[in-house]
Each structure stands twice: as C-alpha cells, then as structure tokens.
Design a protein around this ligand. Structure first.
Ligand code: PGA
Length: 252
C-alpha cells in the first residue's frame, strides 16, 4: 500500500517565532484529533531545527523546501543536503515551480540536487507541472513526463522508492484555480504509467503522487478520492493549523 501524505509548503512565510507557533498548532490539533495520513511540514531552512524539536516525531515529519546542488564548499548562502539532514528533517521539496521559474532551476540542476538529497538519506518530494500555455496547448502530459524522466530516471528502483512525486499545475498554484479532480486524476494516471514503464508496475503502485495547487479543505476530499491521487502538497492553506488540519481530515 502506498503512503498517503499531506505536506505543507510554507514557502517564504513566517518568522522563526511564528513558525514555531504554527508547528505547535498543527502538532496539537493532530495529537488531539488524529491523522490517517503522513503529515509533513515543509519549512524555510532556519525553522527546521526548531520545528523538529517542537513536533512529536511520531506524528509529524519535517521537510526543507530546497537544498543546494553542490555537496559543500565555497557556495555562499547555500544550504546543503547534509546540513538539512543534520537538523533532523526527513524530507526535502525539490523542483517546485517557483524554484524553476524564479531561480532558473533546470532538470539538470535538479538531478544533482536529487542525487545529493538521496545520498544524504533524505526523502524527496519532487514537484512537476505544466504552465498555463502548455496546458492550453494540450502539452501537460508531455511536460510532466519529461520533467520526471530528465531528473529522476537515472535512479535505481531502490533509490526511486525514496521519491514522492507532486503534480502541481503551475496555473493552479496560489491562484485559487484548482485543477478539477478529473484533470488532476488524468495527469496522475499518466505519471504513474510513466513510472511503471521505467520501474515496473509494482514500483509504480507504491509511488506516492501528491496533488498541489489551491488545494483546501473544501476540495481535498474529492481530489484525494481519485484513484491515483495520494494526498496533497499545500501552500496557502498550510499557514493556519485549522486550515491545514481541514485537509488532513479529508482522510479521516
Ligand atoms: P498553493 O501552493 O496551495 O498555495 O496553491 C501549493 C504549492 O505551491 O506547493
């Protein structure tokens, strides 16, 4: 059975103190009401150590939102996969469309990051998704499969077991415009078939594929009910414990 995951992506929000409050709030509500999925908090680098200390490790996992494409050395301002791992974080989000779009992260750079993350024992939440013009041209399947192939298909099946995929149509991120559950399911099925072609049906069946893009309490249940949707990567709605729990609750 593949893992169901609801992961928050705080992006560049919350001071350290606010982040600790938010983590505490999520931890309290999950502790009180339970969760039938794996809950992950994706936080800025500087929050990681404190958030790891704040949450109950058996209830909530912690993720970075990025890591460097180099192992160590003279790369001012960068944070390596080994540094992320040393905070106690278990996951790292890589390939988010905002990193691709604003920081020029290509498939080749992401491949380096994925390799370093895995080599340092992190699990990767790897984001893929088409922009609006690609969707309008009917190219979404082509775009997501090439993103997956270019950055991930050099991995062995054993390594690939540490990859969680997140389909995030760029036109749905932060726009309030969610993909319909049917649109999302269609692409998720294509992604799973592409994984099956490379690694076999059993690996594809075990691969967690999250949906992201304006996912909220009111639409999570319908999205998560789709056959190939195994949870969500949540931006805006992960910034308040009640909103985030409303999505986690879709699995209760
Ligand atoms: P959103 O962001 O939920 O605010 O649309 C999702 C994401 O970018 O991961």
């Amino acid at each position: 059975m593949r893992k169901k995951i609801v992961a928050g992506n705080w992006k560049m929000n919350k001071t350290l103190q606010e982040g600790i409050e938010l983590a505490k709030g999520v931890n309290d509500i999950v502790k009180k009401n339970g969760a039938k999925c794996t809950v992950v908090l994706g936080t800025p680098f500087i929050h990681l150590t404190e958030v790891v200390k704040t949450v109950d490790a058996n209830l909530i996992k912690v993720s970075a939102e990025n890591c460097a494409d180099k192992a160590s050395g003279a790369y001012t301002g960068e944070v390596s996969a080994a540094m992320v791992k040393s905070t106690g974080a278990e996951y790292v989000i890589l390939g988010h469309s905002e990193r691709r779009q604003y920081y020029g992260e290509t498939d080749a750079i992401l491949k380096e990051k994925v390799d370093l993350a895995l080599a340092n024992g992190l699990k990767v939440i790897f984001c893929i998704g088409e922009v609006l013009a690609e969707r309008e041209a009917g190219k979404q399947n082509e775009v997501v499969t090439s993103q997956v192939k270019n950055a991930l298909f050099h991995l062995s099946a054993e390594q690939f077991a540490n990859i969680v995929l997140a389909y995030e149509p760029v036109w749905a991120i932060g726009t309030g415009k969610t993909a319909t559950s049917e649109q999302a399911q269609d692409v998720h099925a294509v992604i799973r078939a592409c994984v099956a072609a490379q690694y076999g049906a059993a690996v594809a069946e075990d691969t967690t594929i999250l949906y992201g893009g304006s996912c909220k309490a009111s639409n999570a249940k319908e999205l998560f009910a789709q056959k190939d949707i195994d949870g969500g990567l949540i931006g805006g709605a992960s910034l308040k414990p009640e909103d985030f729990y409303g999505i986690i609750e879709a699995y209760n």
